[in-house]
Design a protein around this ligand. Structure first.
Ligand code: ZN
Length: 679
């Protein structure tokens, strides 16, 4: 059956999705049609005596692309415009897609055909990127149970389907729990300490819900400033309690989901003869073994501990002497830290915001990549988007040729998943007909929006986040690869995927870069030297505590998937407490159910891989050190970074590529130095 007017059915053209035309009713018919067609074609393709790239892999790529073009826009819509109509359809779609993928991953006939190709003479003549795609495919077949006996294979498949379902439920419980909570304040006295911009946003939120007064939510742009500035200690306690107990009670409780997820992951790993799920996870990462990961994390913890202890002692002393509190409670930390930061550095995030209006920040970021890679970025007004606040840009190279494009959806709004991310819309790919398809990215953030006549003013953290996500976008968009499976971020190990993104953040700290864009939105004054110096001095404020927090999350995640026994006597909570005893300098209250909202590892792809952030940070800090040595816009270094790292996608071993760029293996020194932890 064909549905000619269905906007989700592309014929792998380079057209962008027409978001305005996509209705929930289109999704399942389009998806079913694509999946059925793909199944039939794969069956026909797999039956070959002498498979070659052209007869087997190229058509497979085309099928993969067709699914991406149908399902990708739906995933994007689900993340940025969730609705009651879309949700059940998306859930059903997830089930169909994961069933298909798991079927594909266990398709023995196809596996045999690809093995035949790998063992053939024609394999030797293929480009390294094509060879890598084939090697990855064979590895992934094994990891998906292709070599299991029929019973185990069926069980493995059932586990994968159930895990996909559990991950989606985990995420939706969290979203619902976040959305369900409101702190409604009607007496202005209770707003003491809050900056005007935060009050205005809270008033606007209340008005949108036809309420009087001020409304605070658990979304980051509301929650974080509230915890940093609200003087009402009891209100902070209420907000904190609501935040850290999300998805831990009643119908939205994630506790049993966590247990089931861990049991199933452990069982799946055992079916494939791995010692545990951690070992399974490392099979696709740059880290060579569990010990390498835990030793790395413990080295960071150990080197950060002395600084972190000093930070806590100073904070405790400060709350006693200056804030008149006898204890430092969990809901005081952000508040006290902000007060201490203001005292030490005499400025707040709010003081910086007027210097970071949206338009100038974007220009500054675009200028940065122009200097580095000769790129020009031009907005397009003729592209169909999913919301009026979304913008679309073309990227042109030095010769003025269009090489990529991206959507930017910057503002927080209801029905949009929290956080910030980059996702692939279209992947760079040389199509079977020989034409080149250009990459397109989704960049999504949850930043403050314009308020009346005032442009959107962003905190410095938001500016860092934007550069970070743009770094992911560049990895996707500046690739030179032409083979789908290793193009951009495809085929890049999880623990290296944050290298290009964290790398970009460094530029936000350079005076030269800030001067090019940070200007007061009313007076056009550049960021005053005094403010910059304070900001720079404050850069590593509480770096020790933050490092330990990340190590705590990473170690908890990794040990949970290597040493924890989901069928044993110790609960996840007790296990987390144990990790905290080893690593943390501040112990959260017993009611803190952080794990119930740890969606990175229970609903995202970071299971036994959260350490990747720090791992990649070591690589990015060390890579940036090359620029510090040669000049931050040094053309040769930029060219080398682009050709050795940014452009190679998943076609080569990242550690080898890094060594080629750096001239040696990475060390933790630059990260510790950048974080002020090398003392
Ligand atoms: Zn990232």
């Amino acid at each position: 059956m064909t549905t000619p007017d269905n906007p989700l059915l592309f014929n792998t053209s380079t057209e962008l999705p027409v978001f305005a035309d996509i209705k929930p009713g289109h999704i399942l018919p389009a998806l079913e049609e694509v999946l059925n067609d793909n199944r039939a074609e794969i069956e026909a393709l797999s039956d070959q005596d002498k498979p070659s790239w052209a007869s087997l892999m190229a058509p497979l790529e085309a099928l993969e692309e067709r699914l991406q073009r149908t399902w990708g826009p739906v995933g994007n819509l689900n993340a940025v415009c969730d609705s009651d109509e879309l949700r059940p359809v998306y859930q059903k779609g997830i089930m169909l897609v994961s069933a298909y993928q798991s079927e594909l991953a266990q398709n023995e006939v196809l596996y045999t055909a690809i093995k035949k190709l790998r063992d053939s003479e024609s394999f030797k003549a293929l480009s390294s990127e094509k060879k890598q795609v084939i090697e990855h495919a064979l590895r992934d077949f094994r990891l998906s149970g292709a070599e299991l006996n029929p019973d185990d294979k069926a069980r493995f498949k059932a586990i994968q389907m159930r895990l996909a379902e559990l991950g989606t439920s985990f995420e939706q419980h969290l979203l619902d729990a976040t959305r369900a909570y409101r702190l409604h304040i009607e007496d202005e006295v209770e707003l003491a300490g809050l900056p005007d911009s935060i009050k205005q946003a809270a008033a606007q939120r209340a008005a949108e819900e036809s309420s009087q007064g001020w409304m605070f939510t658990l979304d980051a742009p509301s929650y974080i400033p509230f915890m940093q500035h609200a003087e009402g200690r009891d209100l902070r306690r209420q907000m904190y309690t609501a935040y850290v107990t999300r998805a831990s009670e009643g119908a939205l409780d994630n506790t049993s989901l966590i247990n089931e997820i861990l049991k199933l992951r452990s069982e799946a790993a055992a079916l494939l003869s791995f010692d545990n799920y951690g070992a399974y996870s490392l099979a696709t990462k740059t880290a060579k073994g569990s010990d390498e990961v835990t030793e790395f994390l413990r080295e960071l913890a150990e080197k950060s501990h002395p600084v972190a202890e000093k930070e806590v002692a100073e904070l405790e002393d400060f709350v006693c002497r200056e804030l008149g509190l006898d204890t430092l409670e969990a809901w005081d930390i952000a508040f006290a830290a902000e007060k201490l930061r203001q005292k030490k550095f005499d400025f707040s995030q709010e003081d910086l915001k007027p210097y970071f209006p949206e338009g100038l920040v974007l220009n500054g970021m675009f200028e940065t990549v122009k200097k580095l890679y000769g790129l020009s970025i031009k907005e397009r007004k003729d592209i169909n988007v999913w919301h009026k606040d979304v913008h679309y840009f073309d990227i042109l190279n030095r010769d003025g040729e269009k090489i990529a494009g991206f959507y930017l959806d910057a503002y927080a709004r209801p029905h949009k998943r929290g956080g910030a991310w980059m996702d692939e819309c279209i992947i760079r790919w040389k199509k079977p007909n020989g034409s080149l398809q250009l990459p397109v990215a989704y960049l999504v953030c949850n930043f403050a929006s314009p308020m009346g006549d005032t442009p959107a003013l962003w905190t410095f953290d938001e500016v860092l986040t934007l550069f970070h996500e743009f770094g992911h976008g560049l990895h996707h968009m500046l690739t030179h690869m032409e083979t789908l499976g290793v193009s951009g971020i495809r085929g890049v190990p999880w623990d290296a995927v944050e290298l290009p993104s964290q790398f970009m953040e460094n530029y936000c700290w350079e005076r030269e870069v800030l001067d090019s864009f940070a200007r007061h939105y009313q007076t056009d004054e550049v960021l005053p030297a005094e403010l910059y110096e304070k900001m720079y001095a404050a850069k590593n404020f509480h770096a020790g505590m933050q490092m330990l927090r990340q190590v705590e999350f990473s170690l908890f995640d990794f040990l949970l998937h290597t040493e924890f026994d989901p069928a044993g006597d110790i609960t996840v909570q007790e296990f987390l407490d144990e990790v905290r005893r080893e690593v943390a300098v501040i112990t959260p209250p017993a009611f803190n159910k952080f794990q119930n909202s740890f969606s990175h590892i229970f609903a995202g792809g970071y299971a036994a891989g959260y350490y990747s952030y720090k791992w990649a940070e070591v690589l990015s800090a060390d890579a940036y050190a090359t620029f510090e040595e040669a000049g931050i816009f040094d053309p040769e270094t930029a060219e080398s970074f682009h050709s050795n790292i940014l452009s190679i996608g998943g076609s080569r071993d990242i550690m080898q590529a890094f060594e080629k760029f750096r001239g040696r293996r990475p060390t933790v020194d630059a990260l510790l130095r950048h974080s002020g932890l090398n003392k």
